[in-house]
Design a protein around this ligand. Structure first.
Ligand SMILES: Cc1cc2nc3c(=O)[nH]c(=O)nc-3n(C[C@H](O)[C@H](O)[C@H](O)COP(=O)(O)OP(=O)(O)OC[C@H]3O[C@@H](n4cnc5c(N)ncnc54)[C@H](O)[C@@H]3O)c2cc1C
Length: 671
């Protein structure tokens, strides 16, 4: 059994990264010109990495399945990006960002990586401002901040509800500069379908041109995977429809370990699902919890009256509402971390207090904020005795300026005006903290194969705090990988060009082609989505927020059976030599059907409740603490990495204790 070596440098947390950078090997500029790097994925992580590596002088090839890097899933990010700038003078610091992230992740992240992340966070903002990213500014012209869950400071930089889009345009413009210089060769509409290893090292990929169907070989001295998260294993999630696990799963099958596959972030503020024919869930940004108050009715009579349409939420007085987060967590109130908010919403709904027809919704209410802002504006504008209508008008204008696009999105989907009636929200799958295991250099267990951004596991433990995914992706791409990869590439300066006419490339290409031909020729009776939906259902019911050993064992059996049926009966129309979206989906769902089983196995192995997951055997429910999972304080098996051997079901679990001794494991709840 291999031993995982995190390669975390010795020394105090505070100086690890600086000391490390001072001592790693470098590649001189002339040698960089002879070194090729492949970057799979051009979202925020891959886009920033590609631009920076090319700026340094490496020859970069980028791959993405969209028609442009601008369409990566990162564009969907709404709320913001964290950085320990302390612009608000409210007590923020590198240490506090580090501490919040480790605590928010239920003490299951690798501390050295998180400290480094907190250190470089401030540089990200400077970098992006220099690129022209239009972060929101306050009245005096300085960069504005808001707050996100699980913290007591305002450290989130934002661009209205479109932060990801603006950051991605910044990274894309940085890429474009390198494309113009000839240092990046972009391969858009290309899907990586396998990695090629030569003598144990990653030396290239097999990609399919999604427009023509042509299978291509690309070689490099190192391969970087930045392919995003796998939340769509649940079918319904807030992820972009195309987000998938294929790149991460293929490298796993070639020897890259997977860590914590079962840690999924269930985001508390999503628009509830409306029926069986839905293919996507919509996020309402966490930023809304800065001003929105979450509640359900106190009395069951009111719940029933609302469900039956006999009462409106606005008919209920303050006394008749249960602002359960403010009640249970007075210090953090509505801004508890996502896992805590999701579990609390589920607990209220499971207890019967859900406010929509399915009983799976709680309110997110802006009436207090509109009134508060309205009164403040009336004072600012010197309007004495402002009428209720005037206060509403002034307050709604402020809320619109802050969250207008989110409110508009909600109204379009739900057909209710959230300025006038509270939004309805419910937890939904949003982000995957688990992913490809990487060491301190962001290298996987395969030499020369790196993994960055949401696709890796390293920084968020069992629960990611809001606005920290963008921070991690850009930290990895702009500030971490460009240093650490040099240490490896310094040993490649004499290697020369990597040939693609070798048995290793032949074998990988054959595997890819055989699979494609199989799908085209199978001529079964069910669509790919038929299987994806069924898988999603098993995942949500048995590997979702609440889990128990029996259900997880059942899930493993059911997923295996579903996979077998998929290979017998899946139908993929069209041919392999054209743009064929069903064929693309078939490959991705095939990988989800393997990952899903591993996921359930990992969840089964963990007899613990943590992050967004209740493990029923270790949960105590009752009284005021109903729904607050009793944490299993004994089990600190933080990393489970799986080595692929034959069938996914045969995976072998490896556990390693990383260094969790630097923060005292104290006060683990958010009361
Ligand atoms: C609705 C929503 C809102 C969010 N809001 C925030 C927020 O406000 N703040 C925050 O910090 N985080 C937020 N997140 C999380 C954050 O957006 C993501 O975690 C982050 O953008 C992921 O970036 P990435 O670069 O790792 O991956 P992605 O942006 O998902 O990019 C993946 C890239 O890989 C490519 N790719 C994948 N597989 C292959 C393959 N096999 N071959 C070739 N190319 C491939 C894709 O084409 C794409 O270019 C949000 C997430 C969602 C769903």
């Amino acid at each position: 059994m291999s031993v995982l070596d995190s390669k975390v440098p010795k020394g105090p947390l505070k100086t690890k990264w600086t000391d490390y950078k001072n001592h790693i090997d470098l590649v001189n500029p002339a040698n960089k010109r002879n070194i090729d790097v492949i970057v799979v994925g051009t979202g925020l992580a891959g886009g920033s990495a590609a631009a920076t590596l090319a700026e340094l002088g490496y020859n970069v090839k980028t791959f993405c399945y969209q028609d442009s890097p601008r369409r990566a899933h990162s564009i969907a990010a709404q709320g913001g990006i964290n950085a320990a700038k302390n612009y608000q003078g409210d007590g923020d610091s590198t240490y506090r960002l580090f501490y919040d992230t480790v605590k928010g992740g239920d003490y299951r992240s690798r501390e050295a990586n998180v400290y480094r992340l907190a250190e470089v966070s401030a540089n990200i903002i400077d970098q992006c401002v220099a690129q022209g990213v239009p972060f929101a500014r306050d009245y005096g012209g300085l960069l504005d901040n808001r707050s996100f869950g699980g913290v007591l400071v305002s450290r989130t930089f934002y661009a209205k509800g479109q932060t990801g889009q603006q950051l991605l345009l910044g990274a894309y413009s940085a890429m474009n500069r390198q494309i113009a210089r000839g240092k990046i060769t972009p391969f858009n509409r290309h899907e990586m379908l396998d990695v090629v290893k030569v003598n144990g090292k990653a030396r290239g990929i097999i990609a399919r041109n999604l427009v023509t169907g042509e299978i291509e070989r690309h070689s490099a001295h190192a391969v970087v995977i930045a392919s995003g998260g796998y939340g769509n294993v649940y079918f319904l999630s807030t992820n972009a429809m195309g987000s998938n696990a294929t790149a991460a799963w293929k490298i796993h099958k070639k020897g890259a370990f997977f860590a914590n596959p079962c840690y999924t972030q269930i985001h508390p503020t999503c628009i509830p699902r409306s029926g069986d024919y839905q293919s996507k869930l919509t996020l309402m940004s966490e930023s809304l919890r800065n001003d929105g108050r979450i509640w359900v009715p106190k009395n069951m009579d009111d719940v029933m009256a609302i469900r039956e349409g006999k009462k409106k939420p606005t008919d209920l007085s303050e006394d008749e509402r249960d602002y359960y987060l403010e009640r249970r967590y007075p210090a953090f109130g509505n801004l508890v971390p996502r896992d805590v908010a999701s579990r609390a919403a589920k607990e209220r709904c499971d207890a019967g207090y859900g406010v929509n027809a399915t009983g799976e919704a709680v309110y997110l209410d802006f009436a207090s904020a509109i009134e508060r802002y309205g009164k403040e504006q009336a004072k600012i504008h010197n309007i004495n005795n402002a009428s209720a209508d005037k206060v509403y008008e002034l307050g709604a204008a402020i809320v619109k300026a802050k969250y207008g696009n989110l409110f508009q999105m909600y109204e379009k989907i739900v057909d209710q005006d959230p300025y006038k009636t509270p939004m309805m929200i419910y937890p939904a799958v949003h982000y995957t903290m688990g992913g490809v295991w990487v060491d301190y250099n962001l290298m996987t267990t395969v030499d020369g194969l790196y993994c960055i951004g949401e696709a890796n596991f390293s920084d968020h433990g069992a629960n990611r705090l809001g606005a920290s995914a963008l921070m991690q992706g850009l930290a990895d791409g702009y500030f971490v990988l460009p240093y650490t990869i040099g240490d490896y590439l310094s040993h490649e300066i004499r290697t020369g060009k990597i040939a693609t006419d070798t048995p290793e490339f032949d074998a990988a290409e054959k595997e890819v082609t055989d699979k494609i031909n199989f799908f085209i020729n199978n001529k079964g009776s069910h669509s790919v989505d038929y299987y994806h939906k069924k898988l999603g259902n098993i995942m949500w019911e048995k590997c979702g927020m609440s889990r128990n050993a029996e259900g997880l064992k059942e899930a493993m059996v059911e997923i295996k059976a579903l996979r077998e049926d998929f290979y017998k009966n899946v139908s993929v129309p069209g041919t392999a030599t054209e743009l064929n979206a069903e064929l693309e989906k078939a490959g991705r769902v095939a990988d989800f059907l393997e990952l899903g089983e591993l996921f359930a196995k990992d969840a089964l192995e963990r007899a613990e409740s943590c992050g967004g997951h209740f493990r029923e055997e270790s949960v105590e429910i009752g009284g005021e603490q109903a729904g607050e999972a009793k944490r299993n304080d004994v089990d600190f098996a933080f990393v489970s990495a799986w080595e692929y051997k034959g069938e996914p079901g045969d995976a072998v679990l490896h556990k390693e204790e990383l260094e969790f001794n630097e923060i005292e494991l104290k006060q683990r709840s958010y009361k």
